[in-house]
Design a protein around this ligand. Structure first.
Ligand code: NAD
Length: 278
């Protein structure tokens, strides 16, 4: 199948598919099958993390796929317990063994953990990995403006990406505007609202009926039109296919105005300033 997903360009010139496959909470023994299904459906961006404990399954699916490695964009994230310069470098090596690859496409710091105050030296380890050619691009996740500002003041390289909780009920307009003015791409996690009611909202249902598609599809289309990279997760083959079939319709001004009404500032996950799980 040809890949119909458009690409965005990271601040170092590297393209990234605008829609990818997230594997949070996919059990390790189901991950290879789910990723193989996603690759078969046309996904070329896979988003995993050390903390998901399923990098090996991702690696297995990539190794046994007939899609060439250089057509697949792989993201993984540094686990919270490995902040610190040497710890981050060592944890990266372990990820590469589990993924079974030579060069990673994007390495992210998963959470800022400001209470431990090590994200600056951790970022310097990622800068070193980039300089050494071990990773093609580096970024962060769940960083707030103050954390990004500190990296800007104390380190050399601007993150290529900030992966943050983002969905119509929590569109993160201030952080997105900061990203836009600093050349950082925004990647939405929890894009479908993590099955916590968004897809049942009557206004979303009405737009979906009008478009002749599903509520998940119109929500994913909203992310695409806003300009985010988006990484929905599913283990159901039919939904995996459905979630990538969002490039043959468009939301119009009225639909986008309805989506704007859904913004209630509802955060589903923990606040990054408080999240301290290691
Ligand atoms: P999501 O919004 O993608 O929701 C996933 C759930 O939505 C699935 O479990 C399924 O129940 C449901 N779903 C999927 N497709 C559907 C469809 N077509 N119709 C109806 N229901 C459907 O939430 P998520 O998995 O938390 O986020 C996506 C990805 O983002 C993760 O897999 C992970 O890669 C990443 N993520 C990152 C962080 C972070 O801190 N950086 C945190 C959470 C998730």
């Amino acid at each position: 199948m040809t890949n119909s997903v458009p690409s965005l360009t990271l601040n170092n010139g590297i393209p990234i598919p605008q829609l990818g496959f997230g594997v949070f909470l996919i059990p390790p023994d189901e991950t290879a099958t789910a990723v193989a299904t996603a690759l078969g459906a046309g996904y070329r961006l896979i988003d995993t993390a050390q903390g998901y404990r399923n990098e090996q399954g991702v690696g297995k699916a990539i190794a046994s796929s007939d899609v060439p490695r250089d057509e697949i964009f792989i993201t993984t994230k540094l686990v919270n317990g490995q902040h610190g310069y040497d710890q981050a470098l060592a944890a990266f090596d372990e990820s590469m063994k589990r993924l079974g690859i030579d060069v990673l496409d994007l390495f992210l710091i998963h959470w800022p953990l400001p209470m431990f105050d090590k994200y600056v030296e951790t970022w310097q380890a990622l800068e070193q990995l980039l300089a050494d050619g071990r990773v093609r691009s580096i970024g962060v996740s769940n960083f707030q403006i103050e954390h990004l500002e500190r990296l800007a003041n104390e380190t050399d390289i601007t993150p290529a990406m900030n992966q943050i909780e983002l969905h119509p009920e929590f569109p993160q307009e201030e952080l997105r505007a900061y990203h836009d003015s600093h050349g950082i791409l925004t990647e939405s996690w929890g894009p479908l609202g993590q099955s916590k009611g968004l897809l049942d909202d009557a206004r979303v249902v009405e737009i979906a009926e009008k478009k002749g598609c599903t509520t998940a599809q119109v929500v994913l289309r909203w992310h695409i039109q806003v300009g985010n990279v988006v990484i929905p997760k599913s283990v159901t083959p039919q939904r995996i296919q459905e979630n990538i079939d969002v490039f043959d319709f468009e939301l119009d001004e009225a639909d986008l105005a309805t989506f704007a009404e859904l913004n209630v500032g509802r955060r589903l996950g923990p606040h990054p300033n408080e999240f301290d799980l290691v």
